[in-house]
Design a protein around this ligand. Sequence first.
Ligand code: F6R
Length: 242
Amino acid sequence: MKIMECETYEELSQTAASIVGDTIKKNSGAVLGLATGGTPEGTYRELIRLHQTENLSFQNVTTVNLDEYAGLSSDDPNSYHHYMNHRFFQHIDSQPSRHFIPNGHADDLESECRRYEQLVKSLGGTDIQLLGIGRNGHIGFNEPGTPFQSRTHIVTLNEQTRQANARYFSSIDSVPTQALTMGIQTILSSKRILLLISGKSKAEAAKKLLEGDISEDFPASALHLHTDVTVLMDREAASLRH
Ligand code: F6R
């Protein structure tokens, strides 16, 4: 696991975008594994800037998102489909037919999970997977206790995660109780993983990841089992290290 400490969130975002940009420059048809939430917003802003001012093209790129809420249609403003369209896809030249996000509105969510897992496999896995981390160590929506062998599955969101995500909804009651997420094994099948950790509220999780045991009680610890993981942390996130 390679650790890179950045001074600020802006520096972290620029570094992440430049790593993703280099992946695309080396392979214009790269498969990017993408995340939502607050942490990667700066990375998307910086990738858009690279597209607009430095001709970084996403024309041949395929994108595969980690997760989606169950029960929200793709045009629901709180869906991850909406997040990705508005914060990233609308501003770049990628092909909508090559954007993949689990369908949280499918009639049969179990079969949607199987379809999504098969899709990721058929793409040969992702070339680089962008990840954030929850305060409880979740990656994607894989909450503590999720088996490391898990593939794309339905999860019941725990209260802490619903509370953390309630800031995007009108009230905690409108936060869905379930989601579809790539499993831990699906995430580990990526060729390279880029984990972003930002802010004081994540310092405890960062310390646990870097200094704690590998355990299903702390899902992000599974990343120690992968051979090409880069962790980008800002100063606040790194404040409890050592
Ligand atoms: C988002 C995702 C989640 C977030 C995590 C951190 O697609 O899979 O694991 O990365 O909840 O969220 P933020 O960045 O909002 O703190």
